[in-house]
Design a protein around this ligand. Sequence first.
Ligand code: FAD
Length: 340
Amino acid sequence: MDKADFPRDKVCAGWITPEVVAALQLDVSAYAGKHVFQPITAIRTGLIDGRDLETRYADTVSYGIRRSEFDDYLLLRSGARLRLGEGLTSMEQRGSRWIVNGSLSTPLIVGAGGHFCPVARFLGARPGAAESAVTAKETEFEMTPQQIDDCKVRPDTPELYFSQDLKGYGWCFRKGRHLNIGLGREGHQGLGRQLKHFFDFIRERGRIPRDTPDDFHGHAYLMHGRTQRKLLDDGVLLVGDAAGLAYPQSGEGIRPAVESGLMAAASILEAGEDYRREKLASYPARLTERFGKPAAPRKAFPEFLRPLLARKLMDNRWFTRNVVLDRWFLHAHQAELQIG
Ligand SMILES: Cc1cc2nc3c(=O)[nH]c(=O)nc-3n(C[C@H](O)[C@H](O)[C@H](O)COP(=O)(O)OP(=O)(O)OC[C@H]3O[C@@H](n4cnc5c(N)ncnc54)[C@H](O)[C@@H]3O)c2cc1C
């Protein structure tokens, strides 16, 4: 069940790491023949208003997709019976079954409705001020031949520019003829101001066409470990953004959404047809094994020193390659998901 009709757009840059392709067993040649599938072999990084540097790789380290295409493809491939264009508006427990929207009877509900998922709310989530979320905005459009000529962002080299306080970053991500520009940061404060500043910065620097449209769309989501949502109860569990699983440093949320879906499926199968909470307990255990325990609160680094530290770190080639990119963005230390 999804409140949207498909294909639908999702506010997202559409950057996926290779483990997403592996976990989904995506037939790359079939997919890439008909859809945007942009290999990434280098990444340009820097600070907003600062210098930048390019890190090149021998192999493809990530891909760019368009969510309108990717999500539709996966939905059709799943072979699931679909109820599209219908939002979940009510869920009532009757014995060991749920009655959804007064008409659908099911023993189990998987809440996959993103940050504002109604199933997460049913389990007690209160999206808003009570949760520490990332807020992000992006715009994606197909460039004209003139704009392609004017665009300095190369398709195989997305660009990431971090804010001076290191609490967020902006990106320019070109996927073939499509350009995606956006900015995300921790918290609800100052997103619009920072986005405008970033947009002016990359335009002035000549990275994007001067007539790039600025109709940005935004969304919020949680970083794993920063806010704890209840994930499980009798006959109900949460996956993806509904569960608040995005990687804290990069904001990558597609991989945890896909992997949590697979882990949830494995636990559901193991439970037989008995979906009481204790029978589904292997699901949160799998999540902890994969993504770790909730992070301890970080020691505050004095605000006035942050810009200095940011400059030192982001100007450093070793730190950029090994920590920012390999560790924070590409998770080179984390193997493909194996479900035991
Ligand atoms: C600006 C921005 C850029 C991002 N860029 C990246 C990126 O490049 N790479 C990356 O890995 N992550 C990125 N993310 C994060 C990523 O988009 C999410 O983590 C990911 O989409 C989570 O997937 P999901 O399936 O859990 O939720 P969603 O993708 O949000 O899907 C939720 C679905 O639930 C449906 N729904 C919502 N409410 C209801 C309801 N009441 N009833 C029925 N259906 C409902 C929606 O229509 C939607 O189809 C970005 C996020 C933002 C905001």
